[in-house]
Design a protein around this ligand. Sequence first.
Ligand SMILES: *Cc1c(COP(=O)(O)O)cnc(C)c1O
Length: 449
Amino acid sequence: MVLLKSIPKVDKFVAKNEFKELSFSLVSTISKKVLQDLRESILNNEVDSIDENELIKKVIKEYQNITKPSLQKVINATGVIVHTNLGRSLINEEAFLKAKDVATSYNNLEYDLEKGKRGERYAHISKVICEALNCEDVLIVNNNASAVFLILNTFAKRKEVVVSRGELVEIGGSFRVPDVMASSGAKLKEIGTTNKTHLRDYQNAICEQTSMLMKVHKSNYSIEGFSSEVDFEDIVNVAKENNIIDYYDMGSGHLIDLPYGLNESEPSVKKIMEYNPSLLSFSGDKLLGSVQAGIIVGKKELIAKLKKNQLLRMLRVDKITLAILEENVKSILLGDIDKIPTLKMLFTEISKLKENASILKNSIDDICECEIKNTQTVIGGGTTPNKKIPTVALSIKFKNYKPNKIEKLLRAKNIVGRIENEQFLLDFRTIQEDEIKLIENSIREILDK
Ligand SMILES: *Cc1c(COP(=O)(O)O)cnc(C)c1O
């Protein structure tokens, strides 16, 4: 029988030597909880004896649990370049440091240094994007989902938006075109069928209530076989004839031509701009390779209306986002692809991937069995549905371990690989050069045990 009075007193307990280096206030709150739990367990007759060392350990464990960084660096060895679960796009250090200068001091975010009065938050980025895309104006919001929402809410509230049934997609993270449209206040007018939509379907759908013809990138799926969709160029022309807005949610827009013939199915934003569209929107952190943002480009008078929507105040982006985006778009404009990790990874030659794979192989083949493989990967992030690109991976075998066990051991070291044909692979399409040594060290640590 354990008596309640044998529970340590809080003030004495928190003064223990073991807590000396820790934050007093955090130790106090955790200790109160731990001692309260103990009290309840005693009342429930679940305690045979009180071990104070165990209680101290419990508090320290909880303390560490709360204070250790939850968001951590991970090595992406999956080969999926735009990996939404792993943070989508890497930011290069130079752009990050430029943003640091802006963010750690006062800045001209909304201040016109020439005129000495209030300036425009989006002016910094519009110069460089308008130059890169030959568009009239630009607006940046929190992400592309916000862009879609803002555009629909501004121009199509209580009005109809015409969308092909083949494009009513759901994108990862529960973004569903019909649902987003409903919450924005726009009325969806579905046309065509799942596999086929014709130009006449758009023409026939237009009525008094129509505000917009919208095209949505199919993102993570594709329709093969007996199918057809209408080119955005034709949609733009029909919209113009009828004096309504055309809008293309491009999902992952990209500013430069993609390798491996991907451009045929995925034209760049620049190419789409040639059709003279009303509005386009795309993500900042998919194939553009920058920060999380939604980029809206198009006609000046339409962007001006978006800027007047109260919603923009809730969807607007921070100076850090604008600073990094400005830097990244500038690099793309100058053809400095190496400064955009997403694009650099996409364009890396197979021979270079092989070279990197060999470096790791040679560094660990004394301790485990590994083999360089030519295989394929996907870009990911709903960018180029069903399209594979070539890559090089190192298959790793530890004696007596199944692939899923190896996967787990490496994942415990924040290295995320993939299993293919019952082999554990580290894909060099997404492994950074300075990570090769880290992988070697981790594998040695695992096998030394
Ligand atoms: C990814 C995607 C979105 C959402 O973009 P986020 O930047 O993730 O908010 C919207 N539409 C399409 C077609 C997409 O592919």
